[in-house]
Design a binder for this molecule. Structure first.
Ligand SMILES: C[S@@+](CC[C@H](N)C(=O)[O-])C[C@H]1O[C@@H](n2cnc3c(N)ncnc32)[C@H](O)[C@@H]1O
Length: 289
């Protein structure tokens, strides 16, 4: 055994969790590293947004699933973990998985403050979920698919760790079916948060579900309203970028070129995201046999 190997073994024995974390960090692709950097920087700001703190919405999401006192749940890309905590209130054990350490720390501190003891926050990537096949009854992912460079791979991983009778819950912003409109919307999101990849359209979600052997058990579509100035906080853009973003929003009032129903109400610029909720299960028919 050479001295390098021995040093690595000693380091692992001294602090196995830290070494495990370093190993995962090394394996991350460049986009996921970018996510980690952006969300570590914006962790406190993101955790305080209306979207991240909406506990009523989280409770509503949990109620859409069959989660009960026997369930093991996994919340993928859990961020500050409010949905993970909502699952903990109904499940035997709730786990949150994320690649952003600062958000996981916020989740851990909040769970401890609330006395939630059936919860675990785990560091790792959605592209390579660090759990065995068929471990969970419910696997959720909220407000994160638009950040994934490989959404199909994440979905495959979510399906892999799901038990045969389990349910997947996905909630996210919906992309416009018109490609030019969707591209303009994505460009605006990227100006605010460079880790935004693309909002997935209903048609493309359906294609991903089919390719992964999943079927829709129920779905809901809606809108989520924002004030532009409040929304800007999550991404932390520079002043110059903010000006460009504001100007694109203003142009969109007359043209609806971003498909975001941008409007001015009492001097405040507002817009709406289209949203989607899907509850999915492993496909039970023999369609692709
Ligand atoms: C907009 S936040 C949503 C957080 C949370 N689900 C919520 O509803 O508030 C997006 C989250 O996705 C996480 N994320 C993005 N890509 C990831 C990946 N490949 N693996 C794990 N987490 C990822 C980010 O770290 C961040 O916490």
């Amino acid at each position: 055994m050479n001295s390098g190997t021995l040093a690595a073994i000693n380091a692992f024995l001294a602090n196995p969790i830290d070494q495990h974390r370093k190993k995962i960090m090394k394996s991350l692709d460049s986009h996921t590293k970018k996510i980690q950097k952006q969300f570590n920087r914006q962790a406190n700001q993101y955790a305080q947004t209306k979207q991240a703190k909406d506990v009523q919405a989280m409770a509503g999401l949990v109620r859409l699933t069959k989660t009960d006192r026997h369930s093991q749940t996994l919340d993928v890309a859990c961020g500050p973990g409010r949905l993970t905590m909502a699952f903990a209130g109904h499940a035997k054990q709730a786990t949150g998985l994320d690649v952003t350490e600062n958000l996981l720390d916020i989740g851990r501190a909040e769970a401890q403050k609330l006395g939630i003891d059936n919860i675990e926050f785990t560091y790792g990537s959605a592209l390579d979920i660090p759990f065995e096949n068929e471990t969970f009854d419910t696997v959720s992912c909220r407000a994160a698919f638009h950040h994934f460079s490989e959404p199909g791979q994440v979905l495959q991983e979510m399906a892999r760790v799901l038990k045969p009778e389990g349910e997947i819950l996905i909630a996210d912003i919906l992309g416009n079916e018109d490609t030019a409109t969707a591209t303009r919307h994505d460009a605006l999101e990227q100006l605010c948060d460079p880790t935004h990849v693309r909002c997935i359209s209903k048609t493309y979600f359906q294609r991903l579900f089919n390719a992964t052997g999943l079927e829709i058990k129920s779905c809901r579509f809606g809108t989520m309203d924002y004030e532009v100035e409040q929304w800007l906080i999550h991404g932390g853009p520079s002043e110059a970028q903010k000006e460009k973003i504001r100007s694109t929003f203003r142009q969109s009032i007359a043209t609806n070129q971003t498909g975001l129903n941008v409007r001015e109400e009492n001097g405040i610029i507002k817009f709406s995201h289209q949203t989607a909720l899907f509850v999915l299960g492993h496909r039970t028919d023999n369609e692709n046999d």
